[in-house]
Write a protein that binds this ligand. Structure first.
Ligand code: C2E
Ligand code: MG
Ligand code: MG
Length: 630
C-alpha cells in the first residue's frame, strides 16, 4: 500500500515477461533520461522527452504529466507535448476525486487507474465532455510519487481507441512515472541547494553572499542612473550577553524575531540580509536624503522598543546602526560594508541603541583600534600598565576593609587610555590573558607588600574577564599569584560578571568551583545589569554582590532605583550574601545605603582610585578616622 515508486520500479520477473523489443524500449527510456540529466536539460524538457518516448511506444496515444498545485486541491499540466493547448486549458485545475477522470482518480486513490472507455466509465463523470471534445476514448494513469511515497501528481497515456494496458504498457507507465518522480526530486534539491547557498536558515533572509550581490547590483544601477543609495550595518547590542546567559536557542529566537521586526521597516526597494552572528545588512537601493535615511533608522530603533517574549522570557534588545552612502562613501561593496561597519562601532561608542553615518573621523578611530592592538603586547613588556586601587568601606564597622585593583594605561603617545576603551580590544585579540595574569600577580604582590608595611589586612579585589575563563589556565594563574606573593587566599577576591557565571558550560561551573576551593572569595560585579537570579549565585558559593553604579548613583532622586537597591539588599541577606554598592558619589546616597542595611560601599564620595602609594596613605589616615566616622 505504502510502497513507493522508488522502491522497485521494475519487478525482475515481470520484466523478463516483456519481449526483447519491449525491454529495449524500457532501456531506451531510462537512457534518454540519464543523458538528458547529464546534459543539464531543464526538468520540463526531460519530462517532455519521457512523454514522447512513451507515446512512440504506444501508437495512437498522447502522454501527459500533471502535478498537484501547492494547495493540494487541484492539478495542473506540467508537460504534455502532444496535447493541443485548448485541451490543456480544459485539464488545468482538475480536482482529484472519484469523478475526476483517470488522473483525478489516480491522485485521489493513490493507485494506478486504467479506464478502457472514458465515455461510459463512472470515474470520468465530472469531465466526460473533455473526453468527447478531444476524442479521448481510453486513459491510463499512474501516480507520481516523491521519494517518501507521497503522491504529487500523475503520468497518463490517453488513447484514441478503447483499450486496456498489457504488462508492457503498465511497466511503461510505472517507469515513466518513476523517472518523472526522480527528475522532479532532483530539480527540487537543486532549488533547495541554491536556496541554502544564498539564504540564512535561521532567519530565512538572504545570507552575506546574496546581500552583497544585491548591494553590487544596486551600486551598478545607481551608477547607470546617476543615482545613489546606502548600506546599513546593524548589530544587536549586548547579544553575546543574551546568548551567554539565556542560551543559544533563545539567542536564535531573538535573532529570528529581530529579522521579522526589521523586515517590517523596509521600503519597496530595500533588501535585508543576515551578515553573520548578530549582524544584519540592509541595502537601500534608491537615493534618499540623509533625513529620510535617518527617519528610517529611527523606525528600526523604535521597532526594537517593545520587549521580546521568547519561551517565557521577556528580553529587551536594541540595535546599533552604521550607515554608508554610495557613491559618496565608496563605489564597491567591500568598501561600503567596511565603512558602514565602522560607523556602527561609532554608534556603539555613542552609547548603543542609536545610528551613525560614516565620516572620515571614523576611519581615524578604526586605525586607532588597530594601533591599540599592536601597542598592547609591547606595553606589557615595557611595564606601561599600572594598577590603581579604590578603597571599599564597611558601613557597619566604618572601616576600609578592601580595595579594588583597576588597571591603568598611560600610553606614551596617546595619553591615559581608560580601561573601558582598551579592555574590549584586549579581549578581542586575546591579549587580556597575559594582561589579566599580570594584574593578578601585581595585585597580590601589592597586598602582601602593604601587609609588610603594617597596613590593616585588606581584601584585594581583582576584575576578571570572560575571556580569561575560556582561554588560559586561570586556576593555575591564581594559585601561582598567591604562592609567589605569599598572600593568604581569603585575602584575594575575584570579581566576575553575571555573564561569566551563567555561561552554562560544565567547564565554566567546574572552574568556578575549583577557584572557590582554592579559598579565594568571589563577587559579582555590576550586579543588576545581567540576567542572573540570586538563588543560583548562592548555589555557586558567591560571597558578595556589587550593585551596579547605574542603580546607586542617583538613588536619592530616583525612587525606582532606590527600591531596587533595597530589594537586592534584602534578598541577598536572606541568602547570606554580602552587598557592596558601587558608584557612591555623595553623602545622601551613603545615608540611604546605611538605612537599607547595605554592607559596603565604594565610590568617588569615599575615595577615587589611586596609585599604590596614595592608597596606602589613605588607608593609614582613615584608620584614626574610623572612630569618628568617614
Ligand atoms: P568596574 O569593575 O565596575 O569598576 C568600577 C569602575 O567605576 C571604575 O572605572 C571606577 O573608577 C569607577 N568608579 C568608582 N567609583 C565611581 C563613582 O563614584 N562614580 C563613577 N562614575 N565611577 C566610579 P574604571 O577604572 O574606568 O574601570 C572600568 C571598568 O574596566 C571596570 O569596571 C572593569 O570592568 C574594567 N577593568 C578595570 N580594570 C580591569 C582589570 O584589571 N581587568 C579587567 N578584566 N577589567 C578591568
Ligand atoms: Mg569591578
Ligand atoms: Mg562594577
Amino acid at each position: 500500500m505504502n510502497r513507493s515508486a522508488f522502491d522497485n520500479p521494475i519487478d525482475p520477473v515481470e520484466y523478463t515477461a516483456l519481449s526483447a523489443q519491449e525491454q529495449e524500449r524500457v532501456i531506451q527510456l531510462q537512457q534518454t533520461v540519464l543523458e538528458d540529466v547529464a546534459l543539464g536539460k531543464d526538468h520540463i524538457q526531460v519530462i517532455e522527452d519521457i512523454c514522447r518516448l512513451a507515446e512512440s511506444a504506444v501508437p495512437d496515444s498522447v502522454a501527459s504529466c500533471m502535478l498537484l498545485n501547492d494547495d493540494g486541491a487541484s492539478l495542473y499540466v506540467l508537460a504534455a507535448p502532444s496535447i493541443p493547448a485548448p485541451a490543456i486549458a480544459r485539464l488545468d485545475g482538475l480536482r482529484p476525486g472519484p469523478g475526476g477522470g483517470s488522473c483525478g482518480n489516480a491522485v485521489f486513490r493513490a493507485q494506478p487507474v486504467f479506464v478502457e472507455n472514458t465515455l461510459t466509465d463512472p470515474r470520468w463523470c465530472d469531465i466526460r465532455q473533455i473526453a468527447v471534445d478531444f476524442n479521448i476514448n481510453a486513459c491510463w494513469s499512474m501516480p507520481i510519487r516523491t521519494a517518501g511515497g507521497k503522491v504529487i501528481g500523475s503520468f497518463a497515456l490517453s488513447s484514441f481507441e478503447h483499450r486496456q494496458p498489457g504488462i508492457f504498457h503498465r511497466k511503461l507507465l510505472e517507469i515513466s512515472a518513476h523517472l518523472i518522480g526522480i527528475v522532479l526530486a532532483r530539480q527540487a534539491s537543486e532549488a533547495r541547494i541554491a536556496y541554502l547557498a544564498s539564504h540564512d536558515t535561521l532567519t530565512g533572509l538572504p545570507n552575506r553572499t546574496l546581500i552583497r550581490d544585491r548591494l553590487e547590483q544596486a551600486i551598478a544601477r545607481a551608477r547607470h542612473a546617476r543615482g545613489g543609495g546606502a548600506v546599513v550595518f546593524l548589530d544587536l547590542d549586548n547579544f553575546k550577553l543574551v546568548n551567554d546567559t539565556l542560551g543559544h536557542t533563545l539567542g536564535d529566537a531573538l535573532l529570528a524575531q529581530t529579522a521579522e521586526r526589521l523586515g517590517a521597516c523596509l521600503q519597496q526597494a530595500d533588501s535585508l540580509g543576515r551578515q553573520g552572528g548578530d549582524e544584519f545588512l540592509i541595502v537601500l537601493a534608491d537615493a534618499r536624503t540623509p533625513e529620510a535615511i535617518s527617519a528610517q533608522a529611527e523606525r528600526m530603533l523604535d521597532a526594537m522598543q517593545a520587549p521580546f517574549r521568547i519561551d517565557g522570557h521577556v528580553v529587551a534588545a536594541s540595535l546599533s546602526l552604521g550607515i554608508a552612502a554610495f557613491p559618496a562613501d565608496g563605489a564597491d561593496p567591500d568598501t561600503l560594508i567596511r565603512k558602514a561597519d565602522a560607523a556602527m562601532y561609532h554608534a556603539k561608542d555613542a552609547g548603543r541603541n542609536t545610528y551613525r553615518f560614516f565620516t572620515e573621523r571614523m576611519n581615524h578611530d578604526s586605525a586607532e583600534h588597530l594601533k591599540l592592538r599592536t601597542d598592547m603586547r609591547r606595553a606589557l613588556d615595557a611595564h606601561e600598565f599600572i594598577l590603581h586601587y579604590q578603597p571599599q568601606l564597611d558601613l557597619a564597622r566604618n572601616a576600609i576593609v578592601g580595595v579594588e585593583a583597576l588597571i591603568r594605561w598611560p600610553h606614551p603617545e596617546l595619553g591615559p587610555i581608560p580601561p573601558a576603551r582598551f579592555i574590549p580590544v584586549a579581549e578581542s585579540c586575546g591579549a587580556i590573558v597575559p594582561i589579566g595574569e599580570w594584574v593578578l600577580r601585581e595585585a597580590c604582590r601589592q597586598a602582601a607588600a602593604w601587609d609588610a608595611l603594617g597596613l590593616p589586612p585588606l581584601v584585594m579585589a581583582v576584575n576578571l574577564s570572560a575571556v580569561q575563563f575560556r582561554r588560559g589556565d586561570l586556576e593555575a594563574t591564581v594559585e601561582r599569584a598567591l604562592a609567589d606573593s605569599g598572600l593568604a587566599p581569603e585575602r584575594l577576591e575575584l570579581e566576575l560578571t553575571e555573564s561569566i557565571l551563567l555561561q552554562d558550560t560544565a567547564h565554566m561551573l567546574q572552574l568556578v568551583q575549583r577557584l572557590k576551593a582554592l579559598g579565594v572569595k568571589l563577587s559579582i560585579d555590576d550586579f543588576g545589569t545581567g540576567y542572573s537570579n540570586l538563588a543560583y549565585l548562592r548555589q555557586l558559593a558567591v560571597d558578595r554582590l556589587k550593585i551596579d553604579q547605574s542603580f546607586v548613583r542617583d538613588m536619592t532622586h530616583n525612587a525606582d532605583n532606590a527600591s531596587i537597591v533595597r530589594a537586592v539588599v534584602q534578598m541577598a541577606h536572606s541568602l547570606h550574601l554580602r552587598v557592596l554598592a558601587e558608584g557612591v558619589e555623595d553623602a545622601s546616597v551613603l545615608d540611604r545605603l546605611r538605612a537599607f542595611g547595605c554592607d559596603e560601599a565604594q565610590g568617588y564620595h569615599l575615595a577615587r582610585p589611586m596609585d599604590a602609594a596614595a592608597c596606602a596613605a589613605f588607608v593609614q589616615q582613615a584608620r584614626p578616622a574610623t572612630a569618628s566616622g568617614i
